[in-house]
Design a protein around this ligand. Structure first.
Ligand SMILES: [Zn+2]
Length: 181
């Protein structure tokens, strides 16, 4: 797998990768190799059961890290499998950039500023413009028999309200058999 960091919009030496690894801190050798090749030791796994709490607590941790060390953050679920096309997501020009993971349902990436949270990156500067909590409970229908929007949508709307731009590109496989499916 080849990649050219020169085209990236973040410096991987000043970025930290957070890997969501509930419930068992499991990580594929492929994902470990992929992240190590690009970010060396600047990554860690995080095990939080509740998806909403996991998203918010990890992002809170990111913002508490030293600005002298990190100015960009990557968030990825442990069942995402990067492909040769995944690096294109790091060349996107927006405040919040999502890699297009395989996702339940057609049209998940239909809109130019669609966002899903299984594999994405942003900068400290962008996150600082969003008032916490970053993610809030997803919306359900009246009978609570189905979600009318995914959890990602709650963060997406807050980001757009804060004036941030969103883009998506590249591609990664997503097994959706671990973390929160
Ligand atoms: Zn989503």
């Amino acid at each position: 797998m080849t990649f050219e960091v020169g085209k990236w919009r973040i410096d991987p030496k000043r970025a930290f990768v957070f890997i969501y690894a509930w419930p068992d801190n499991w990580l594929t050798a492929d994902l470990a190799a992929w992240v190590t090749r690009r970010f060396e030791g600047r990554w860690g796994t995080f095990v939080v059961q509740d998806q909403l709490c996991a998203r918010n607590s990890v992002m809170h941790t990111a913002m508490q890290s030293s600005p002298e060390l990190y100015d960009a953050f990557v968030f990825v679920d442990n069942d995402v499998r990067p492909t040769a096309d995944s690096d294109a997501a790091f060349c996107l020009d927006a405040d919040i950039c999502a890699c297009e993971t395989d996702h339940h349902g057609d049209g998940a990436w239909r809109w130019p500023n669609a966002f899903h949270d299984s594999f994405w990156w942003t900068t400290r500067t962008a996150l600082a413009k969003i008032e916490q909590p970053y993610f809030t409970p997803p919306v359900y229908n009246v009978g609570y028999t189905a979600r009318t929007g995914c959890l990602c949508e709650t963060f997406r709307s807050k980001a757009l309200s804060a004036g941030l731009t969103i883009a998506h590109g590249g591609h990664a496989a997503h097994d959706q058999k671990r973390t929160w499916a």
